[in-house]
Design a protein around this ligand. Structure first.
Ligand SMILES: Cc1cc2nc3c(=O)[nH]c(=O)nc-3n(C[C@H](O)[C@H](O)[C@H](O)COP(=O)(O)OP(=O)(O)OC[C@H]3O[C@@H](n4cnc5c(N)ncnc54)[C@H](O)[C@@H]3O)c2cc1C
Length: 439
């Protein structure tokens, strides 16, 4: 019986297409069987990476979606053991119901825990997922299923966190939750004139709030470049009626996007100005946790408005002393390439820089533009800026950055590559991302 189906995969940013196949096992026996066949495989979560990290040409994408059980919860210690297909939305709800909170949550509730491990994702809190992972179990056909943690088989553990699914299929994850500090969130909005004031505010207020991040208008010209809103969020005790999370609305799958981009270069500056004015006037709001924990939930229309041709995001983690140089170079690159970014955003990260993870101490700068030749030109300039200032790029958000740039940007590139090659010497795990970045 054929248990895989032929599939065309499109990256979430809508720019990368590959033909492979999809397996959706629901028993461990089937899972191990499909992973042990000669054809290369790659684990797949919700497919919400912006690049084809969980798909590749002639690769079998092995879905974790049917492995979505909670295997254990210690209500006193706040530890939970989950299968990799549990979404962060489900994890959040389970934790909150029991008085706990997942300390690192990426922007959308549909993302899976397996995907969070494999890209060591960050959230609004400044830390990365690695900091809450106590242990993992991993299956690779060459060694079977084994448990690893910072204490046991530490090298395998470190390579798997941020390992882009290339060390094997994670079958369970043990996480440390933190006590939930309130039943709702208060979101304050503080207007800022430019990118350097944004960073100053983020550094100043970061310690007094549970979460801090910004939205910035990078399409504005002249002195208005980078004006924006700093969002400062704190837990509060007021219980609000939970807003309903609509199942299956989707984070904006490429197939559901408009045929022509609404947020093209003419409209983006107008839309950004309207957004800035509207947010500036809103001041404070209260949100129930189910909604407030995920900043992109409810804003999926943004991805649809970027159209079927897709978009590109560049996210770089800049050492703080080099940020003034980045502002100058970024503005010049945007003007020279006549680009009109539809989104800019900053947040502070403070996590140990390791391997190919998007981690370290610095300011994470994100820039979105509609896909097209101009975006290629702009992003080549951004690569040059990242190289100049020693920034790390977020591989989960980029379907374009090449091997040469990655090898130069990440001091542990060689260690990651040889680590993956020693675990997966037969190249049983493969993806478009692996081919582009590791060769
Ligand atoms: C709307 C939106 C908001 C986002 N917000 C953030 C954010 O705030 N912070 C951030 O850091 N990222 C963010 N991301 C990126 C996203 O968190 C990562 O790309 C994440 O890895 C996606 O997980 P996924 O479940 O969709 O997995 P996929 O995209 O399917 O896979 C991602 C990687 O995980 C691997 N993988 C999946 N399951 C397993 C498993 N069981 N075992 C081993 N490897 C596995 C895959 O092989 C692949 O390499 C966002 C993405 C979107 C679309």
């Amino acid at each position: 019986v054929k248990d895989t189906i032929d599939c065309r995969f499109l990256s979430f940013d809508g720019t990368e297409r590959v033909s492979g196949s999809l397996a959706r096992p629901d028993r461990y026996r089937q899972l191990f069987d499909v992973l042990s066949r000669p054809r290369p495989a790659i684990p797949r979560g919700a497919g919400l990476s912006y690049c084809c990290a969980s798909a590749g040409e002639d690769v079998v994408s092995v879905s974790s979606r049917r492995f979505d059980r909670v295997l254990g919860l210690d209500r006193d210690a706040g530890t939970v053991v989950v299968e990799p297909g549990v979404t962060v939305g489900a994890l959040h709800d389970l934790a909150v119901r029991n008085g706990w909170y997942p300390p690192i949550l990426p922007g959308h509730p549909e993302i899976t825990v397996g995907g969070c491990v494999a890209f060591d994702v960050h959230g609004k809190s400044g830390r990365t997922f690695r900091s809450c992972v106590l242990a993992l179990t991993l299956f690779h056909p060459s060694f079977g299923e084994i448990e690893c943690s910072p204490e046991v088989d530490a090298e395998l553990f470190e390579l798997t966190v941020g390992g882009c699914g290339l060390t094997g299929f994670v079958t369970s994850v043990t996480l440390q939750l933190v006590p939930v500090a309130g039943s709702s969130l208060v979101r304050r909005r503080s207007p800022v004139a430019d990118l350097s004031t944004t960073l100053e505010d983020l550094l100043k207020y970061d310690r007094d709030h549970d979460f801090a991040y910004s939205w910035n208008d990078l399409s504005a010209r002249g002195n208005s470049f980078g004006r924006g809103i700093v969002y400062l969020e704190s837990f509060a005790d007021e219980t609000l009626r939970a807003s309903r999370r609509t199942p299956g609305r989707g984070a904006g799958e490429p197939a559901g996007r408009l045929p022509v981009p609404l947020l093209g270069r003419r409209i983006a500056p107008i839309a950004n100005r309207i957004y800035y004015e509207a947010e500036r006037r809103r001041g404070r709001s209260r949100l129930d946790l189910g909604r407030g924990s995920f900043p992109i939930l409810g804003k999926e229309g943004y991805f649809r408005a970027l159209g079927r041709r897709g978009f590109r995001e560049y996210q770089m983690l800049v050492p703080i002393p080099r940020f003034p140089t980045v502002i100058e170079r970024l503005q010049a690159a945007i003007v020279d390439t006549a680009s009109r970014p539809c989104l800019g955003s900053l947040k502070i990260l403070d996590a140990e820089a390791r391997l190919l993870r998007f981690s370290g101490r610095g300011v994470a700068v994100a820039v979105d533009v509609p896909a097209g030749p101009r975006s290629r030109e702009l992003f080549a300039r951004l690569d040059a800026i990242a190289l100049e200032v020693g920034a790390r790029v977020n591989l989960s958000k980029d379907s374009r950055v090449g091997q040469r740039v990655v090898a130069e940007l990440f001091p542990e590139y060689g260690a990651f590559r040889s680590g993956v090659e020693s675990i997966d010497s037969g190249r049983g795990f493969d993806s478009a991302l692996r081919r582009r970045v590791l060769g």
